[in-house]
Design a protein around this ligand. Structure first.
Ligand code: 13P
Length: 260
C-alpha cells in the first residue's frame, strides 16, 4: 500500500494572524514525528508565500498548495494568478474543479482541463476534484456524472501528464454538511474511478494514481475511510482548520500504512 496523502483545503477562511498561528500549530504537532503520509496545506492564495516559506524550511513535513489558478498563461486578465507565478513561489500542488468553483465561478470541465495543463506545464501537481450532487445520487446518476467529469478532463491528458495528477472524489452532498459518504460508498466510487483510469491509461497508471476522498472527513471517521482499499487519502475542508483535528487525520493515514 502506498503512503497516504492528506490535503488541507482551508477554503476562504483565516485572517493573516490566524493563518500564521495554524501553520505554526501544525508544525509543532508534526515536529516529533517523521510521517510517511504526505501532507499538503492549501490556504487562500494570498497566503501562498507564507505557506511556501514554511514548506521550504529544512525538515518541513508539508508541501505548499493553493486552491485555484488561472486557465490563462499570462497577460491582461485582471485579478488572475498564473501557474508560472505559483511555480515561481514554489507552490507544489493546486486544487482544480472543486465543486464550489464549479457552482459559484462557472468552472466547467473544459476550464478544469485548461487549468490542469497550465499547472502541469509548470510542474505543479493538479488535485482534480469530481463528484455528484445529492439529486444526481438519488437518481442513480452518480457514476455517469463522475465518468463524464473525468472523460472531459483527465482523459484528455497524455500518460506523462496523467502520471502527475491527483484525483479527489468529493460528493457535493457530503461537503461541509457533516454527512460523510459511508466508507462503502467512498470505496465503491473510488474503485470505479480507478477502473476508468485503468481502461483509459492501463493497470500501472490505475494502481499508481492517487485517488482521495473528501467531504466531511474528520478526526473520527478518517481511519475507517482511509482503511478502504482504494482510498489513498483525504481532501479535508473544515477539519483542516484545527491543528488537533488535522493532525489526527494525518495520524489515521499513518496508522493504516503501518498496519498494512
Ligand atoms: P469539508 O471537509 O468541510 O466537508 O470540505 C470538504 C472539501 O470540500 C475539501 O475540498
Amino acid at each position: 500500500m502506498k503512503p497516504k496523502i492528506v490535503i488541507g483545503n482551508w477554503k476562504m477562511n483565516k485572517n493573516f494572524d490566524e493563518a500564521e498561528d495554524l501553520i505554526s500549530e501544525i508544525e509543532e504537532k508534526l515536529a516529533d514525528y517523521n510521517f510517511e503520509t504526505e501532507i499538503v496545506l492549501c490556504p487562500p492564495l494570498v497566503y501562498a508565500e507564507l505557506v511556501t516559506d514554511h514548506a521550504n524550511e529544512e525538515g518541513s513535513q508539508f508541501y505548499a498548495g493553493v486552491q485555484n489558478v488561472s486557465e490563462y498563461e499570462n497577460g491582461a486578465y485582471t485579478g488572475e494568478v498564473s501557474a508560472e507565478m505559483l511555480a515561481g513561489m514554489d507552490v507544489s500542488f493546486c486544487i482544480v474543479g472543486h465543486s464550489e468553483r464549479r457552482k459559484y465561478f462557472g468552472e466547467t470541465n473544459e476550464i478544469v482541463l485548461k487549468k490542469m495543463l497550465r499547472l502541469l506545464a509548470n510542474d505543479i501537481v493538479p488535485v482534480m476534484c469530481c463528484g455528484e450532487s445529492l439529486d444526481e445520487r438519488k437518481s442513480g446518476k452518480h457514476f455517469e456524472i463522475v465518468q463524464k467529469q473525468l472523460e472531459e478532463s483527465v482523459y484528455k491528458l497524455t500518460p506523462e501528464q496523467m502520471e502527475r495528477v491527483i484525483i479527489a472524489y468529493e460528493p457535493i452532498w457530503a461537503i461541509g454538511t457533516g454527512e460523510t459518504a459511508t466508507p462503502a460508498q467512498a470505496q465503491e466510487m473510488l474503485a470505479f474511478i480507478r477502473s476508468l483510469i485503468e481502461k483509459k491509461f492501463g493497470t500501472e497508471m490505475a494502481v499508481n494514481t492517487y485517488i482521495l476522498y473528501g467531504g466531511s472527513c474528520n478526526a473520527k471517521n478518517a481511519l475507517e475511510l482511509f482503511s478502504q482499499q482504494d482510498v489513498d487519502g483525504g481532501l479535508i475542508g473544515g477539519a483542516s482548520l484545527k491543528a488537533d483535528d488535522f493532525f489526527k487525520i494525518i495520524e489515521a493515514g499513518e496508522t493504516v500504512i503501518k498496519e498494512n
